[in-house]
Write a protein that binds this ligand. Structure first.
Ligand SMILES: Nc1ncnc2c1ncn2[C@@H]1O[C@H](COP(=O)(O)OP(=O)(O)OP(=O)(O)O)[C@@H](O)[C@H]1O
Ligand SMILES: [Mg+2]
Length: 452
């Protein structure tokens, strides 16, 4: 059986058309799950250490070297037991270091992986282990081979989770999928990043047990969903504003004819950039941004929770010399899970500001009684960069079109924001905006594409 999979930056979903009806795969009770995986750290246990013949030989060679050093320095020989004990200690330490390296590179611990909100909760509760959120954001980045392997494994686990859940619910083996892809992946390598991203997804799907996968641009998938609603043939613009990317398609739809997608446009920016924007504008000044002398890029690294190398950079910094209260707050932000919590708060503030004029977030996990307040005026400044880019993309779209579209179909989680909706309307004055289901527009189109 073939299903449609929306492997989203923030949320993933899957669906199929069965007997002409759209069936969404349920993850627990939910129709989508947070694209996050948690896997516990495999901590090597020193009690597992045994002197194998190879390690025994290393001990002997350390003892021989110590004896040679003694002779060269003219020292009297130390007792054999003492040298043996020291040599075993060195070999055991090297063994532990090797085990630790191997554990962090291995995928064995993926067996205990958790997905979605459960993954985030486990990470925050346990305070150890690894949380990977929004792995899709990294598919197009320059990755060293070891990190690439890890990213492939993570994507494979997510796809396997989807495949097995769907197989169980539909009662038939799911072996094929149409997977959504953005028009332009987030990339640090230009178009080569997009090729790498598709390579990672293909490899991951193979490991996850899919015999075949194909890809469909996400706005083209959303167009299929809109197509089903239209009685009359019309030329429409589809706008999907998600967590990582903003995607646009121009298509002829409805009227009982085949849908025809003519063109697409992409911007590798989305709702997660708004979270980073709010974090930098409203949260980071409480950590000394612009006042403590700490370079601004440190705050960008701390706010970029989806970028593992940047997070690692931030965790490595030494803030012992930074003036109080900022030094202590930055150190608290370096502890496990703190940047994830901060980002969750920033996302919540963003969502609250899409419904009301002010929002507040408690940062007790940093310092007792520390809180952040933000207003719609703050949101306006924090979101300006993203909104301007999005508006330029839509204006480009409009100027590329041969004629005004019949309507704009809007989907994607970020399209829930009234500020975003207003910019879409401003970009296409006088054109009807039709609101699709913000979460399920893409996956339902992918399910339709999966029938043929
Ligand atoms: N009310 C709201 N106001 C603003 N943003 C919102 C709101 N509700 C959800 N979001 C944002 O929507 C985004 C998720 O949207 P969606 O599920 O469409 O993304 P995705 O499909 O996972 O990502 P992509 O398609 O870019 O890979 C998140 O950034 C989330 O914070
Ligand atoms: Mg999406």
């Amino acid at each position: 059986m073939r299903i449609g999979i929306d492997f989203g930056t923030s949320y993933s979903a899957a669906a199929a058309i069965i007997d002409g009806e759209l069936k969404l795969v349920r993850f627990g009770e939910a129709r989508q799950f947070r694209t996050a995986v948690f896997f516990p750290e495999v901590v090597p246990n020193v009690e597992d250490f045994v002197l194998t013949p190879v390690l025994e030989a290393q001990v002997e060679s350390i003892i021989r070297a110590s004896r040679a050093d003694e002779r060269a320095a003219g020292l009297s020989p130390r007792p054999e037991v003492q040298l043996h004990r020291e040599a075993v200690r060195i070999v055991r330490r090297q063994w532990m270091e090797e085990q630790t390296r191997a554990a962090s590179a291995s995928v064995a611990s993926f067996q205990d992986a958790l997905f979605g909100e459960d993954a985030v909760d486990a990470y925050l509760e346990e305070g150890t282990g690894n949380l990977i959120e929004s792995p899709k954001s990294m598919f197009g980045y320059k990755l060293d081979p070891r990190v690439r392997k890890t990213i492939v494994s993570i994507a494979a686990h997510i796809l396997e989770h989807i495949r097995l859940t769907a197989t169980q619910q539909f009662g038939v083996p799911v072996r094929e999928a149409v997977i959504g892809r953005p028009v332009e992946f987030r990339s640090s390598m230009g178009p080569a990043g997009g090729d790498q991203a598709l390579g990672i997804l293909r490899e991951a799907a193979d490991i996850a047990g899919f015999d075949g996968v194909s890809f469909l641009e996400e706005p083209a998938a959303a167009a299929m969903a809109y197509h089903m609603q239209l009685q009359e043939r019309q030329r429409a613009i589809i706008v999907d504003i998600g967590g990582g990317t903003t995607d646009v398609a121009y298509a002829e739809l409805g009227g009982g004819l085949e849908p025809q997608v003519h063109r697409s446009w992409g911007l590798p920016r989305g709702g997660t950039d708004l979270d980073v924007g709010i974090s930098l504008y409203s949260f980071m000044p409480h950590f000394g941004k612009d006042t403590s002398g700490v370079p601004v890029h440190h705050f960008v690294e701390a706010a970029s929770v989806h970028n593992l190398p940047k997070q690692r950079e931030f965790r490595k910094q030494d803030y012992r010399q930074v003036d109080e209260p900022f030094g202590s707050r930055l150190r608290a932000l370096q502890s496990t899970g703190a940047t994830t919590r901060l980002n969750q708060s920033a996302e919540r503030v963003k969502i609250e500001l899409s419904a009301g004029p002010r929002a507040c977030a408690a940062l007790d996990f940093i310092e007792a009684d520390l809180a952040v307040e933000a207003t719609d005026a703050d949101f306006k400044v924090a979101s300006e960069d993203f909104l301007d880019r999005m508006q330029r993309l839509l204006e480009q779209t409009r100027s590329d079109l041969p004629e005004a579209p019949g309507s704009i179909f809007l989907t994607g989680g970020t399209s829930r924001s009234p500020q975003v909706q207003e910019r879409v309307r401003m970009s296409f004055p006088g054109i009807d905006v039709v609101h699709g289901d913000p979460s399920l527009g893409v996956v339902s189109g992918l399910a339709r594409a999966a029938i043929s």
